[in-house]
Design a protein around this ligand. Sequence first.
Ligand code: 5GP
Ligand code: MN
Length: 343
Amino acid sequence: MTLDEQAILRLNDLLREAGRRIVIVSHTNPDGDAVGSSLAWAEILRGMGHRVLCVVPNKYPYFLDWMTGIEEVVVYKTDTEGRAARAVEEADLIFCLDFNAISRLENLSDVIESNTTARRVLIDHHLAPDPGFELMFSHPDASSTSFIVYKIIERLCGTGAITPAMAEAMYVGMMTDTGNFSFSFLTPDLYRAVAVLAETGIDLPQIHNNVYNAFTEGRARLFGYAINRKMEIIQDGTVAYMSLLESEMRRFQFQQGDSEGFVNYALTIKKVKMSAMFVAHRKFIRISLRSRGDVDVNLFARKYFNGGGHRNAAGGKSFDTMQQTIDHYVRSVAEFARNGYLG
Ligand code: 5GP
Ligand code: MN
């Protein structure tokens, strides 16, 4: 990925005056990259003398609780004091990190939409961002938003400005969005960035341990159950899916984030090129899609589930029952294959 010099100049302009009131927002069901990029960006902006508040629509998963500064992130859903709404109302600048459409903020969308005075800046790596941003750093060829934030910090302030806390936050984003450096845009430049982050003295094995080895017993057992009892393989062994009902999740004391990563597991099977996970929520079913190589699940999510994402990782929602959703998936996969998209 290459930064646009013109965009950097405009960003510089927007940040020239110290003391700007800034809100950083990220997507619903915030993941390691959403939180990591937000925390690092907030910290560098504070260093420039701005007043910054990070806001997420709902709670981040518990395995990110240890991150420095996370306790200051306002969770809009449980923000009874109205801190987020007030900050958005008063903001000069709103940075939108790690999502491409305001609708991805769900319950927070209205608050952001209704603020007409703040300038909106997008920093993101999803395909096809919405129009309507004052300034965009849209880099679908970046493996994570944290990597884009790194490149902007490098260009704007130099890497000497990166504190260990910022380095840790960006590393979490880079690590989680690449599946622990195993897929998507593993460029030499990304590893150069990682080397710079490592030089700040952060403890890489400890970060890995904090994120990937901090689950509950229930999560481990739910994983076994999902793979053994719920994984179905169709399309001559090339497509997989799994589903979890609320009753099944309750049985394993489900906490938000517990099914994170399950969808990837089907892709460890040599023949499987595409995998889906259906997780029931109170009012809808959340769909996660993953693929290998040229199989484009962003296209699939857009066409069949009104969603989107990246070529090899996308998602969407269904408001039908679990069985209807699965039937729709199976039919859609067959059509997708007939149209030549499964290779
Ligand atoms: P995950 O499966 O990890 O929740 O999401 C994978 C990717 O798909 C993420 O990059 C996420 O932003 C995108 N994605 C997930 N759900 C939706 C959705 O409902 N709409 C759109 N446009 N993208 C989604
Ligand atoms: Mn991301």
